[in-house]
Design a protein around this ligand. Structure first.
Ligand SMILES: C[S@@+](CC[C@H](N)C(=O)[O-])C[C@H]1O[C@@H](n2cnc3c(N)ncnc32)[C@H](O)[C@@H]1O
Length: 212
């Protein structure tokens, strides 16, 4: 399901900052050579993540679900000059391509990619986060939130992708595992007193959370 018409999407992208050459390359090559290219954040969402990161000015960023590194590199644009971005993915095959992109970027020395199951990796990370991007397997969104909330600085942000799940979350005929997991996550985020939340209807839905 596309939330914006093609014309509107084009107009919005034409009037937003263009992608860098590297992001454009990642976008193109992911669509040509990698399975499920829709997983990549893309031009508009990438610019939104960059803008939010510039507003937050994070020192430490955690991403759960790297894929080909598009969102990681977009968020890295706004981190502090001595900042660090840690990103986790369990797909070893993809990581070869992603590491090449990272090494070509302006942030090569500030990016750390950890291979493994995020549920196991996160508890081993001894850091406080200013910005966390949740974008891995949908059934674990709530688990990821539970694992990181105490490690997020007060005033820090968590952003979760795909919370509209192509519109299935508000379609009562849909009750598959991932849809139910996102519904539960959205409900919890809306009622958890530790955070302020707003659901941005950008692309497939971004849940933006600020830790109180
Ligand atoms: C939607 S893609 C991430 C897209 C990326 N954040 C972007 O916007 O360009 C989801 C990624 O999560 C990874 N993933 C899924 N389950 C995972 C898990 N349990 N632990 C770590 N990574 C996982 C997949 O291998 C995939 O690369």
């Amino acid at each position: 399901m596309e939330f914006l018409t093609e014309d509107l999407q084009q107009y919005v992208e034409d009037h937003s900052e263009p992608e860098s050459d590297l992001l454009q390359q990642i976008n193109r090559e992911t669509h040509l050579h990698v399975l499920k290219p829709r997983m990549l954040s893309g031009h508009l969402q990438g610019r939104v993540l960059s803008m939010l990161s510039h507003m937050i000015k994070p020192k430490n960023i955690l991403e759960i679900g790297t894929y080909t590194g598009y969102a990681a590199l977009s968020m890295a644009e706004g981190m502090q000059s001595d900042g660090k971005l840690v990103t986790i993915d369990n797909n070893a095959e993809l990581s070869i391509r992603t590491k090449e992109y990272f090494s070509k970027s302006n942030y090569a020395n500030q990016l750390e990619m950890i291979l493994g199951n995020a549920l196991e990796v996160i508890p081993s990370l001894d850091k406080k986060w200013d910005l966390v991007f949740i974008d891995a397997d949908k059934e674990n969104y709530t688990n990821y939130f539970d694992l990181i909330i105490d490690q997020v600085n007060v005033g820090g942000f968590i952003i979760a992708d795909n919370v509209l799940w192509s519109g299935k979350v508000f379609d009562e005929t849909k009750s598959d595992k991932d849809t139910e997991a996102i519904r539960d996550f959205n409900h919890k985020m809306h009622t958890d007193s530790r955070i302020q939340n707003v659901l941005f209807p950008i692309r497939d839905g971004l849940m933006i959370l600020r830790k109180l």
